[in-house]
Design a protein around this ligand. Structure first.
Ligand SMILES: [Zn+2]
Length: 138
């Protein structure tokens, strides 16, 4: 449609933003606690600086490793779900079709329309339709 404005929703990025905000908050608090602890034990500025830098580096590495493991475990889980779904579609096409149609009925479509939508979406991309509407994976 000419002149139509394409609106970009930003809520999909909220997971990344939340991780960054929580990570920064955690890093500031733990580094500040470390620096205060060392400063109260030693009056030496060098020791306080070294403790602060070591705390920052350790916090950043811990955050990066945690984020890496988190992202990869989610990707592994999604891949396993998709493999299972693919096998179910191969072994029981009719059952999977009914399952998808039931999902659309639960969302408010009339049974006949839900059956048609499930048929057409499964003909186009069966695994994609189940991933999106059954598993919530996009
Ligand atoms: Zn399914």
């Amino acid at each position: 449609m000419p002149g139509r404005v394409k609106v970009q929703h930003k809520s999909k990025r909220i997971g990344w933003l939340r991780a960054a905000v929580l990570g920064a908050n955690d890093g500031i608090l733990s580094t500040a606690s470390l620096v205060i602890g060392v400063a109260s034990a030693h009056r030496n500025r060098g020791n306080v600086l070294i403790a602060g830098v070591a705390g920052l580096v350790a916090g950043a590495m811990s955050m990066a490793a945690g984020e890496y493991v988190s992202v990869h475990s989610q990707a592994d889980t999604e891949k396993a779900d998709l493999d299972l779904e693919r096998r179910e579609i191969e072994s029981d096409q009719a059952g999977e079709h009914d399952e998808l149609a039931d999902i659309y009925v639960a969302r408010g479509l009339e049974p006949a329309l839900a059956k048609t939508v499930a048929e057409q979406l499964m003909a186009h991309d069966a695994v994609g339709a189940h991933a999106r509407d059954e598993l919530g994976i996009t």
